[in-house]
Design a protein around this ligand. Sequence first.
Ligand SMILES: NC(=O)c1ccc[n+]([C@@H]2O[C@H](COP(=O)([O-])OP(=O)(O)OC[C@H]3O[C@@H](n4cnc5c(N)ncnc54)[C@H](O)[C@@H]3O)[C@@H](O)[C@H]2O)c1
Length: 477
Amino acid sequence: MNLVHQQFGANAGQSIQQTINTTADAAKPSISVIGLGYVGAVSCACLAHLGFSMTGVDVSLEKVRAVKEGRSPIVEERLGELLAEGVRLGRIDATQNLVAAVLGTDVTFLSVGTPTAPDGSCDLTYVRQASRAIGQALAMKEGFHVVVLCCSVPPGTTLDCVAVEVAAASGKKLGLDFGIAFNPEFLREGVAVADFYAPPKTVVGASDKRTEEIVSRIYGAVDKNIQFCSIAGAEMVKYVDNVWHATKVAFGNEIGRLCKSLDIDSHEVMNIFVTDTKLNLSPYYLKPGFAFGGSCLPKEVRAVAHLAEAQDCDLPLIQSLGVTNQRHIAEAARLVEALMDDRGAQRIGFLGVTFKPGTDDLRESPTLELMAMLEAKGASLKVYDPNLRFNDNLLGQIAYVRHACPSQARVMDGMESMCLADADTLCANADVIVVSHATDEFRRAIEARRPGQPVIDLARLYKVLPVDNAGYQGIAW
Ligand SMILES: NC(=O)c1ccc[n+]([C@@H]2O[C@H](COP(=O)([O-])OP(=O)(O)OC[C@H]3O[C@@H](n4cnc5c(N)ncnc54)[C@H](O)[C@@H]3O)[C@@H](O)[C@H]2O)c1
């Protein structure tokens, strides 16, 4: 007796197979969707509307019945209408028989729940169970099959959990007998159907070209600009999106509480805030790099945190900004100190010391704080910055730094004697190079350094990281 019969009885999968055989459009892969919740039911209905032959699978008989009868199992605009259309046109079937559904289709979307486990981690129980069952089906299947994970999961899950379970249960080889992809869902409940047809983006990480091409054929109708990336990258994109959305909500609400305490209409403020798409709602300030600094951000963050305290407003997000910034500087120090400990590096050379390129402003440059930390550990510091001018302006800044950041006073006092004439001289006189500005001049100097000479990049010198760059490491990449 084969596995389908063992598990689900002799007639398993018959009606599904019939539906698929009579309605399948040869150019379109047939698709099974495992999990008919908020994501799976919408995928089922929306892909059927695009002409795909769909088989929905759920452990819940109630959900299976609803989909099979063209009724929505959940409250979601237009979903019932599309499911009814799909069933009427013979493009949608549903079953509790996962193995038969997989056997009767070319591609399987996995959209089961990934709730929070008691320890706070992501509970992969349903993903694992469904993956095993997919593998049991593939053990009996001829031909290439694609598994697409649509659940929100920790990076590594697609390859280390789903692919491993499928391969173990099927005895088949990834890339040869089956392909795997991660395709995060960005649907918003309530407008999920509209979002499906006009997605904010489509992201796919696939195990191989063939899988990438099959998934592209499915999504090509709704998005011509699919963004392909590594599987782990795609998994991370989904988490980053949701953490970002949560950050925005928390930020908006903290601003609201502070505004209310000051008798200011928060919506008047935020309505203006959101009109700034140059700096506020834009890619600006979002790429990982070094800590924030300069004459404005640290000072204003302190002032707002202080204002909140004075108003008896508890704003943990805003009040934690200084802390997280300090941790980032400490991480840079840790990277350099590890080289001091492991390699006996003593001479630390800094390419760039002002708070960003294109300015001579040193005030609250995070590089100064890093230098102060390393000096306290016994490092000998050297600096090259093409914009540093030893004039009255710098004397004024030294006074400012003494007041705002007493820990950096010694470094500021010794700055002139630490400065070297050019980037090459700096590199030649350093055991470790710390680069804090992504300029062509510094890129050239880094490329001309001694082979293997350690570099700590705080500024992301390279858009695409070079593979052959011994000694190089970034602070957050
Ligand atoms: N809800 C959203 O708006 C949304 C948006 C984007 C991503 N996601 C992610 O998509 C995934 C699914 O979310 P959801 O909200 O649709 O979940 P859900 O809980 O609504 O639906 C999951 C379904 O999977 C079924 N299921 C569980 N194990 C099964 C198995 N072995 N075989 C068949 N069916 C099984 C359950 O019965 C349930 O109906 C989650 O990882 C979630 O984080 C959700």
